[in-house]
Design a binder for this molecule. Structure first.
Ligand code: ARG
Length: 460
């Protein structure tokens, strides 16, 4: 049997191999809600402009609603010989209502149909990501508030650098996820033009009303160029780019949790709910969820690479290559959602070890900068010189295997006479973090202000 959708020109059925490479219903069935919404909007518009009778419109919409229920109840028979979701739905509609179904595809092509469906799907995925990101930010802000003045080492090169507050560290991620939401938001506003009515590529001679279908589907306006409408997948690429950057942030947080929960650091303890044991080593508590979040980032980045490789070099307008757009997006969306929600769960249940963090904060001469700054401020010594004096003080402490604040004043003033008693006021990690009150700095008072600002900017 030749194909029922385009059989007119064909006498033989496609080879089994052709069907196998061509079929997409196995994955694009996920577009059924969007496909039905798009078809209903199209049918109603065709009715409004007098291309379809009111009876046909009613039969089409009722039939599509029935199909929606069939699919949702798991009663719909998806047929691979019908290639994709669009043809599956149309064929079922034809079985149900006959001729009226055959009129639905007037002034429409699968090219504008699939572009519309996919945009609607990606738009929902953006909204899902935004909600999950907001929840994650809220969890991070709550933890930042609970640990606003807990000290920990801040690192550069993963070497202890300067003491910081735990709240400040967590708020860094709140900023990253805020930018992620901004990227998704920008992508959404560029995406939100309707391709429906672009036809196969050139538009249509029927007197359609593209603005009305656009508004019915929640788009801001119709797309401006019919060729671009059916050949554009920027919206999917932008979504994937934003998702890849976001996954990168999740991966960095995952990596920190892996390091922090290790026996060598013991900064945090992951809850049982987000750890696993080892089948062989009874002492182990593995941070599997954090590792998987780090690992799954590879898939999301891979999805962007896959789709941008598909799109490069395609001539205008539609080419079947573009059917390869969906699987990377579906996989990335599912991966991103699970990573965002698992991260929120992990952070929410995280316990910090105050003593370990405080001890580590003071190791590695992390207040050396405070020492050097004090020499600048109190003794009027140029910073480059104070840096070198402080270096000698640190070397002495290293020799004596003690902290800077444990050195005797006489030992220090032997290095430079301008070092006096007052220097002890800036040594010690609590003094150090409390002094960093510059805008965006780590002082607990700042962190509390930043929490108020973050709640206002991201959660209200
Ligand atoms: N399943 C196709 C896709 O995802 C639908 C569009 C097919 N258009 C065509 N002219 N063959 O791209």
């Amino acid at each position: 049997m030749s194909n029922r959708m385009w059989g007119g020109r064909f006498t033989a059925a496609p080879s089994a191999l052709m069907e196998r490479i061509n079929v997409s219903v196995g994955f694009d069935k996920r577009l059924y809600t969007q496909d039905i919404a798009g078809s209903k909007a199209h049918a109603r518009m065709l009715g409004d402009v007098g291309i379809l009778s009111a009876d046909d419109v009613e039969a089409i919409c009722a039939g599509l609603d029935e199909i929606l229920t069939e699919i949702e109840d798991g009663r719909f028979d998806f047929r691979t010989d019908l290639e994709d979701i669009h043809m599956n739905i149309e064929a079922r509609l034809t079985d149900m209502i006959g001729d009226a179904a055959a009129r639905l595809h007037t002034a429409r092509s699968r090219n504008d149909q699939v572009a519309t469906d996919f945009k609607l799907w990606v738009r929902d995925a953006i909204d899902t990501a935004d909600e999950a990101l907001k929840i994650l930010q809220e969890v991070l802000i709550d933890q930042a508030e609970a640990h606003a003045d807990w000290v920990m080492p801040g690192f550069t090169h993963l070497q202890a650098a300067q003491p910081i507050t735990v709240g400040h560290h967590l708020l860094a991620y709140v900023e990253m996820f805020g930018r992620d939401r901004g990227r998704f938001f920008d992508a959404r506003s560029r995406l939100n033009e309707s391709p429906l009515g672009a036809g196969a590529l050139a538009g249509t001679s029927f007197p359609i009303d593209r603005a009305s279908t656009a508004f019915a589907l929640g788009f801001d306006r119709p797309t401006y160029n019919s060729l671009d409408s059916v050949s554009d997948r920027d919206f999917a690429l932008e979504y994937l780019a934003a998702a890849a950057i976001c996954a990168g942030h999740l991966s960095r947080l995952g990596e920190e949790l892996v390091i922090w929960s290790s026996a060598q650091f013991r900064f945090v303890r992951l809850s049982d709910a987000f750890s696993t044991g080892s089948s062989m080593m009874p002492q182990k508590r593995n941070p599997d969820a954090a590792e998987l979040i780090r690992g799954k980032t590879g898939r999301v980045i891979g999805a962007f690479t896959a789709l941008s490789s598909v799109m490069k070099g395609l001539p205008l307008a539609y080419s079947k290559d573009m059917q390869e757009d969906k699987e990377p997006v579906f996989d990335a969306a599912e991966t991103l959602t699970v990573c965002l929600t698992a991260t929120a769960g992990m952070v929410k249940n995280l316990t910090f070890d105050r003593d370990c963090l405080a001890t580590a904060a003071g190791e590695g001469f992390t207040t050396a900068t405070d020492f050097a700054d004090w020499l600048v401020r109190e003794a009027g010594i140029p910073f480059r010189e104070s840096h070198s004096i402080t270096g000698r003080v640190v070397a002495l402490a290293e020799d004596k295997a003690c902290r800077i604040e444990d050195l005797a004043l006489s030992d220090m003033s032997a290095i430079d006479i301008r070092i006096t008693e007052g220097v002890f006021n800036v040594l010690g990690v609590d003094n150090s973090v409390r002094s960093r009150t510059s805008f965006g700095g780590t002082a607990p008072d700042n962190v509390r202000l930043q929490i108020v600002s973050a709640r206002e900017r991201f959660l209200s």
